[in-house]
Design a protein around this ligand. Structure first.
Ligand code: S3P
Length: 433
């Protein structure tokens, strides 16, 4: 059992995991559904909404901007105000821990009338925002950051289309530019990425009736005077399913099935990696919901061998790379990740945070400027005390390390899981054999 004491949780070792679960609605898609619902003409009804601290930040910022947003369990109702209908607020708009909100809404606000001040929590205030400020300025926006980070001030106005090649492969940058592109006087606005990233914004713009063209690594959007309201069900979050699937693969005698998970190929790089390491899995009940592929995924315990992940694969499993480090720790041989310097500017410096977390439980991991290498040993790690570093994904890895360990793991700052998956610890407990 997992025992909670303040924000520390002690996770005891498990024999194995068994069961069928569903995970909360995709966080990336939930943010986008609220934002596009706000810009639509009329009422959007979104089912399968993933309520978490991050997506609730988006709801509350939109409310401050004059949009009525009601969230009742997994249903979100948004009363859209039209593409240029957001109202300035005299208060600062608090994006909390949510990088996706800060970067995407900057693009939306650049084309509205008024002045908007965006702030974030301590972690978000350390993360780079110049990556969206620069292209939005090219489009004519008046936007300033504070030494390259939040607070950010946007003075909305007329925008013109650009053709932009971001220096980093970032779906947040691409999405910010595309959302501003909707609000330009001319068009199309194009983004050409160094490597393909998740394409949820493009798919949802199409669902809202915007004119959009996209393929791997490129996207274009034309100006819109109106968007249609959204009515769909958000698929389960692959990034929330991934730790459960990984645990099922790593623990002997396990079988875990996650139902209704988004399997957009720009998100499922972790499945390809698990497969080439030797994981036993099946993907079935494939279907399409609101332009997003969805499936059920079942895994069972498997012996794994080491693998290497390079720059071109990184965006397809960017949020699962810390989890990969844990998987690599019990795979036979030495695994490496390179070309992943973006990990340094996530909710924590994830190269440092995962190195500290895994070393604390007895794993041999070496950090590098752009990744890490892990010496895998197919046996249970010792256990110990893991510091979440204020990062939901590191807290989850600490918990999995506890299940897998010989002696259990004390996860400090375990409450951070609420940023993306409030019920995470309960679901883990429900799967114990
Ligand atoms: C996200 C994109 C990714 C990812 C983040 C969510 C999104 O960031 O790490 O958790 O919703 O667009 P970058 O695209 O900036 O790498």
């Amino acid at each position: 059992m997992s025992k909670k004491t303040d924000t520390a949780v002690f996770v005891e070792p498990a024999q194995g995991l068994e069961g069928d679960v569903a995970v909360p609605g995709d966080k990336s898609i939930s943010h986008r559904a609220l934002l596009l619902g706000a810009l639509a003409d009329g009422r959007s009804e979104i089912r399968g909404f993933g309520s978490s601290a991050d997506t609730l930040s988006t709801a509350s910022v939109l409310r401050q901007l004059g949009v009525e947003v009601r969230i009742d369990g997994e249903v979100a109702i948004v009363e859209g105000v039209g593409v240029r209908g957001l109202k300035p607020s005299t208060d600062q708009l608090d994006c909390g821990n949510a990088g996706t909100l800060l970067r995407l809404i900057a693009g939306v606000l650049a084309g509205q009338d008024g002045t908007f001040d965006l702030i974030g929590d301590e972690s978000l205030s350390r993360r780079p925002v110049e990556r969206v400020v620069a292209p939005l300025r090219l489009m004519g926006a008046q936007i300033t950051s504070t030494d390259g980070c939040a607070p950010v001030t946007v003075v909305g106005g007329a925008l013109s289309a650009v053709s932009y090649e971001p220096p980093v492969a970032s779906a947040q940058v691409k999405s910010s530019v595309l959302l501003a592109g909707l609000l330009t006087q001319n068009g199309p606005t194009e983004v050409r990425e160094p490597r393909p990233t998740r394409d949820h914004t493009e798919r949802m713009l199409a669902a809202a009736g915007a004119r959009v063209a996209f393929g791997p690594g490129r996207a274009a959007v034309w100006p819109a005077t109106s968007l249609q309201p959204l009515a769909f069900e958000i698929p389960g979050d692959f990034s929330s399913a991934a730790p459960l699937l990984a645990a099922g693969v790593l623990m002997s005698g396990s079988r875990v099935r996650v139902h209704g998970v988004g399997v957009n190929p720009t998100r499922t790089g972790f499945l390809s990696v698990l497969e080439r390491m030797g994981a036993r899995m099946s993907i079935f009940n494939r279907r399409s919901v609101a332009g997003e592929p969805v499936a059920d995924i079942e895994v069972s315990s498997s012996e794994l061998t080491a693998t290497a992940i390079g720059a071109s694969e990184v965006p397809l499993l960017i949020d699962e790379l810390p989890l990969f480090a844990l998987v690599a720790a019990v795979a036979r041989g030495e695994s490496t990740v390179w070309g992943a310097e973006e990990l340094r500017v996530k909710e924590s410096d994830r190269i440092t945070a995962v190195t500290n977390a895994l070393r604390a439980v007895g794993v041999r991991i070496e950090p590098r400027p752009d990744g890490f290498s892990v010496r895998g040993v197919p046996t249970r790690p010792r256990g110990g005390r893991v510091e979440s570093a204020g990062d939901h994904r590191i807290a989850m890895i600490g918990a999995l390390a506890g299940l897998l360990s010989r002696g259990g793991v004390e996860v400090e700052g375990a409450d951070w899981v609420t940023v993306s998956y409030p019920g995470f610890f309960d679901v883990l407990d429900s799967l114990r054999i």
